[in-house]
Design a protein around this ligand. Structure first.
Ligand code: GUN
Length: 300
């Protein structure tokens, strides 16, 4: 392996430390405790794990965690009523509704019911619009984590060619906006893109966020490029025993690590950064709500 490993676990721990220090200062100097409300509708096992981890880490950095677990049959009206209560609650600075929500609930309606200043996911149309126009907003956690790692690895990103593979609202689109704001030349690729291999080979920064295991081979990577792998895919691992599985990214790590200048592993790359950035967004939201200076280095 030639590439430098971008260690998301270490980086996320340093973000949590900064968040915890800021939380302690808010408490000591202003008597404020940032609070994060997480809402889970239904019993999706993966979502339950995420929600539990979010709650745990929220408490670990000294913030208040409010968990709302609702039955899968909860009506849209009841969910909207809960969001209205959380919007009005001064102890709640951040609100996150875990996605996906059950089919009978309109996801966009729910997201847009969250007060934009409490929308720590950055999914509300106001935050999407603010980010797209280069104004101060809440920035979606996963792309924020990717950007913080890119800045740490490369310093200035100005003028670099960035290719984002994947056009989701959660990662691809906001990632492209953030890279544009950093003065990269940005291309968003997707399933219909022609000559994806050639396009990827032009990338100084390659962000893979498609959710297809190891779809980007090493020979699509430009020598010296920085590769950020957002994919978390579970695949069979017969070498570990019958029925065993392992996690891989959207990039063939072994192949890409021979060519890239720096690369995030899976697991232990982008994954740990997402919750760390959620905590960072919650502190930022608390500071903005109280007209206090925001923590440095945790926002864009
Ligand atoms: N489900 C998968 N990723 C996310 C995320 O970033 N935020 C929320 N709210 N739900 C998700």
């Amino acid at each position: 392996m030639n590439a430098t490993l971008i260690d998301g676990k270490v980086f996320a721990a340093s973000i949590r430390e900064k968040v915890a220090a800021h939380v302690a200062r808010l408490q000591a100097e202003h008597g404020l405790t940032p609070g994060l409300a997480v809402v889970l509708v239904g019993e999706d096992p993966a979502s339950q794990v995420y929600v539990r981890n979010k709650g745990q880490q929220t408490k670990e950095v000294g913030m208040a965690s409010f968990e709302h677990r609702l039955a899968a049959e909860t009506s849209e009206a009841d969910l909207l009523a809960l969001i209205a209560r959380l919007n009005a609650d001064p102890a709640v600075h951040g609100i996150l509704v875990q996605l996906p929500v059950p089919d009978h609930i309109d996801e966009a309606k729910v997201i847009n019911a969250i007060a934009p200043e409490k929308d720590v996911d950055g999914f509300h149309i106001s935050n999407v619009g603010l980010l797209a126009t280069g104004q101060k907003s809440m920035v979606p956690c996963t792309p924020l984590g990717c950007l913080l790692m890119l800045r740490d690895t490369l310093g200035s990103l100005s003028g670099l060619n960035a290719v984002v593979v994947g056009r989701s609202n959660i990662v691809g689109k906001p990632m492209a906006q953030l890279l544009l704001k950093e003065s990269c030349t940005v291309t968003v690729a997707h399933s219909r893109t022609r000559d994806l291999a050639g396009l990827c080979r032009s990338a100084d920064i390659l962000v893979a966020a498609v959710g297809r295991p190891q779809m980007i081979p090493g020979d699509w990577v430009k020598p010296g490029a920085t590769v950020i792998d957002v994919g978390i895919n579970r695949i069979p691992a017969p070498e570990k025993g019958e029925g065993k599985t392992r996690l891989v990214g959207d990039v063939d790590f072994a192949g890409a690590a021979e060519v890239a200048g720096a690369i995030t592993p899976v697991p232990g790359g982008v994954g740990p950064m997402t919750i760390a950035c959620l905590l960072a967004n919650t502190v930022t939201a608390c500071c903005r709500a109280n007209d206090l200076p925001e923590p440095e280095g945790l926002t864009v």
